[in-house]
Design a protein around this ligand. Sequence first.
Ligand code: 5AD
Ligand code: SF4
Length: 476
Amino acid sequence: MSDTRQATVPPTRQAGSRKVFIKTYGCQMNVYDSQRMGDALAKGGYVATEAMEEADLVLLNTCHIREKAAEKIYSELGRIRRLKADRALAGKGTQVAVAGCVAQAEGEEIIARAPVVDLVIGPQTYHRLPQALSRVDRGERVVETDHAVEDKFAHLPEASRREIRARGVTAFLTVQEGCDKFCTFCVVPYTRGAEASRPLARIVDEAKQLADAGVREVTLLGQNVNAWHGEDAAGRPIGLGALLFALAEIPGLDRLRYTTSHPRDMDDALIAAHRDLDALMPYLHLPVQAGSDRILKAMNRRHTAADYLRLVERIRAARPDIALSGDFIVGFPGEDDADFEATMQLVEAVGYASAFSFKYSPRPGTPGADMTGHVGEAVKGERLARLQDLLRRQQQGFSESLVGRRLDVLVEKPGRHAGQVVGRSPYLQPVVMPQSAGSVGDVVSVAIAASLANSLIAEGAMPAASPAFQPAGLVA
Ligand code: 5AD
Ligand code: SF4
């Protein structure tokens, strides 16, 4: 999962006395967690605000995946400290909570380093948020970072039909959390703990509720989503493929996606789901991280470049129109020029429709941080630029290949310009369409007239009489 996203999440809009501002950093799992925390706070009488200075409670849901992501939190807390002081002058109290992976990783350290913080709460204990806030009300500074044994989602209140619908026609649904893979660069096994799957019945119930409220597309989330495992009604062990088959039965759920996957967990049943399920979108985020076997081994990925290429071949044989996306890290300790060239070759061989790529960032407590052979920043920067240039060309080439074709698009919302609507292609690209194409929630077939850097334009969306039209501003 990428950590490019920063979003404010309005939990709900009901009458109540206290206002909460939630800011989300990091991956889609944090977006989902913020919604669930928002639902819990709404039940406790909190009303969402999108203005931090109005908030009685400021909640930062944080990301620890790379150093920059974690450091952002401390600069944000500096800003919040000033805001809290201003509000105090006006006689208003402000509670400050830090949730998410920085909270889990740095717990007490946050309390020590940032006196403005009242509550630090890790991702495994969000169901204890209301009690923790009551303790804050009593003047305590609280750190809640246990790895709770109970399923937090089973203890968090669900959103109402109205709240779900207000979030749109697409939704995230966390099915699995944590990771046992221990890639040597990654903090996730330490911040999110051991792999844990939610039971089939709970997932199916939640998906039914989403569909019933008007959600048309569900993205199943997990740090290692294809490691999901459960039992069918007869008690037989099943994996993500079977879960997808079960979800595809739910009336109204037109589209299914899942992210993010590990190559080692792409089993036959999951590949069969790509072959057999129309609802499963032909787009797969399958990170490989590097193309050199030496580096893959040092990263503890437990597969080779050839294994990955063979897997891609099998997936493409099952679903020829599938588009692939990936994550890459350049400058892992010990990566030399030849290793990096192997990554470039692998990218050339696969051909990605989209990708995220990063400079290696040593994370305290991970084995990679203690390895020898750290790569200099300048070299990392050069490699990243070359890789991103190649990936950008591939992404552009893929988008251009869609011009002149018809694609099914889920209409998600009105466009920025009057007379337009915006949706997503099967490959997750935003598509700008004329309003006549369909209403929000419809899956419509449109002809693609043009491709831009980050979106596609459907026929009829471009006002012919307006040469000054700037479609780049329409990205969803
Ligand atoms: N440095 C750089 N990138 C990292 N990622 C995870 N840990 C690190 C790190 N220490 C990247 C991986 C992963 C994505 C979510 O973030 O590519 O797939
Ligand atoms: Fe991190 Fe590797 Fe687990 Fe993905 S599979 S969350 S990269 S340890």
